[in-house]
Write a protein that binds this ligand. Sequence first.
Ligand SMILES: [Zn+2]
Length: 69
Amino acid sequence: MDRRLLEILVCPLCKGELIYQKEQRELVCRADRLAYPIRDDIPVMLESEARRISLEEYDALKPRQAPLE
Ligand SMILES: [Zn+2]
């Protein structure tokens, strides 16, 4: 997936940043605990298509790495 695209994408609900889950092919919003699917390399940024993630999945999430200073 295009990194630049990834960087400009935000959660449509809270406008927060998303975490790219490569294995699951999903973009996750931690604030809303929703995972948006990526289909054919195209993120589907619709709440109706998103999956609610479990607490276990939430705990396993790592925030996007902060840029080195
Ligand atoms: Zn959100």
